[in-house]
Design a binder for this molecule. Structure first.
Ligand code: ZN
Length: 366
C-alpha cells in the first residue's frame, strides 16, 4: 500500500484545500524532506485567486524548512535526519543558464517535455516548488537536484529564524544587491511587505546611510524602522515623489527598490531616481508597464533598471543563514502567526485578507 500524506493543493480559482497524496518516490538526485515549518507567500495568494495559473491538484508553497527523510542514491554529503532548508528556487546547477550566472532562469529540466529550447533558458523556470512540481505546504516535499539545493541549518537556529531564507530574505536582499548600493548612499524602498522589509534590511547591511521606506500602512512603517529605515513615508498622507525630492535637495536617490509590482510604484521609483541611478525591481507585474518620458530623461539619463527572481542554491542559503546566525538582522519579528497544516485554509484567509497585522504565517504539519 502506498504511504500517504496531507498536502494543500490548488483545486480551482478561489480554492486551495487539504488533500491526501502519495508520499513521493525518491529518484537518484532527489531528497525527500519532512516539512517541519513552511509558510504562505504573496505569490501563493495570486495562485489562489487564479491570477497565476498552476495545474489543478498541484501542491502549493515554496518555502521549505524540514528534516531529510530519505536521500537519493547519488546525493552525497548529507545525512538522513539532518535539518535543512532549500531555496524557493531550486535549479539544476549543471545547466547552461546556471553556469551563465542566472540559475533562477534555468529550465533545462523542461527540455525533454519540449517546453523550452535545447539551450534550457526559460524565464522564471528555476522556480519549481508549487509552480511546476509539488510544493512545500505538505507533510513531505521532494527536493530536486538535492546536492545543489539542500542547505543544512546551523545548530541553534529555530525553524522560525530561517523560515524567511528560502524566499523572502533571498528576494529582498537581491533587490538591495541589484540596486548597486555603495556606503553612504540614499536608497528608497517602495512597499514594505515582507520582501520590501527585507530589501530595507539589505540596503542597511550594504551600507546605505539614508533609507527611505514607503508604504500605506503605518504598522508596517513602524517595522521598517526596526529593519533599518531612517525615514518612513505613508503615501496616504503625502506626495511621496515630492517628499523624496525635497529630502534629497532635488537630486533624487542613488537607488530605488520597487517591491510591489504596480505602475504607480514603478513610476515613482523612476521619478525619484537621480541621473545615473539604479532602479532595482522586485515586484511581480500583472499588466504592461509604461515608462514616463520625463522621468526616463528621454532615454538619456544613464539610468539602470535591474530585475530579478529570488536566488536559490545551497551557497545562497548558507550566506543568508549566516546573516541570521550572526545576529545582524532579526527576522523573527516577521513571523506574526502560527497555524497547523490542518488549518491552512484559515491561514490563507487571514493572510490573503491581511487581517490582524499579519506579516508571515508559520505553517506546521505537526
Ligand atoms: Zn514567494
Amino acid at each position: 500500500m502506498t504511504a500517504m500524506m496531507k498536502a494543500a493543493i490548488f483545486v480551482e480559482p478561489g480554492r486551495i484545500e487539504l488533500a491526501d497524496k502519495p508520499i513521493p518516490d525518491v529518484g537518484p538526485n532527489d531528497a525527500l524532506v519532512r516539512i517541519t515549518t513552511t509558510t504562505i507567500c504573496g505569490t501563493d495568494v495570486h495562485i489562489l485567486k487564479g491570477e497565476y495559473p498552476v495545474a489543478k491538484g498541484l501542491t502549493v508553497g515554496h518555502e521549505p524548512v524540514g528534516v531529510i527523510e530519505k536521500l537519493g542514491s547519488a546525493v552525497q554529503g548529507y545525512t538522513e535526519g539532518q535539518r535543512v532548508i532549500a531555496g524557493a528556487i531550486c535549479p539544476n546547477f549543471n545547466s547552461y543558464a546556471a553556469q551563465d550566472g542566472y540559475p533562477s532562469q534555468d529550465g533545462s529540466y523542461l527540455i525533454p517535455q519540449g517546453l523550452c529550447g535545447c539551450h534550457g533558458y526559460k524565464a522564471t523556470a528555476g522556480w519549481r516548488f508549487g509552480n511546476l512540481i509539488d510544493g512545500t505546504q505538505a507533510e513531505y516535499v521532494l527536493v530536486p537536484d538535492a546536492q545543489a539545493n539542500l542547505a543544512p541549518i546551523p545548530d541553534g537556529l529555530t525553524d522560525e529564524q530561517v523560515l524567511m531564507c528560502p524566499d523572502i530574505m533571498s528576494t529582498g536582499f537581491k533587490g538591495a544587491e541589484n540596486a548597486n548600493i555603495r556606503i553612504g548612499d540614499t536608497v528608497v524602498v517602495f512597499a514594505q511587505g515582507p520582501i520590501g522589509l527585507c530589501a530595507t534590511a539589505g540596503a542597511r547591511l550594504l551600507g546605505a546611510t539614508t533609507i527611505i521606506a514607503v508604504d500605506g500602512n503605518d504598522h508596517r512603517l513602524g517595522i521598517s524602522k526596526k529593519m533599518g529605515a531612517d525615514v518612513t513615508l505613508n503615501f496616504m498622507n503625502c506626495n511621496v515623489v515630492d517628499e523624496i525630492m525635497k529630502l534629497t535637495g532635488g537630486k533624487g536617490v542613488d537607488s530605488s527598490i520597487e517591491a510591489l509590482g504596480t505602475q504607480a510604484t514603478f513610476e515613482s521609483a523612476l521619478r525619484v531616481l537621480k541621473p545615473g541611478g539604479t532602479l532595482s525591481s522586485l515586484g511581480v507585474y500583472s499588466s504592461d508597464l509604461k515608462i514616463p518620458l520625463t522621468a526616463f530623461a528621454a532615454g538619456l539619463g544613464d539610468h539602470k533598471i535591474n530585475t530579478a527572481l529570488c536566488p536559490g542554491g545551497k551557497e545562497r542559503m548558507r550566506r543568508l543563514m549566516n546573516v541570521v546566525e550572526s545576529g545582524r538582522i532579526d527576522l523573527g519579528v516577521m513571523v506574526t502567526h502560527q497555524y497547523k497544516l490542518d488549518n491552512i485554509v484559515e491561514a490563507y484567509d487571514l493572510f490573503a485578507n491581511q487581517r490582524d497585522g499579519v506579516l508571515k504565517v508559520a505553517i506546521k504539519p505537526r
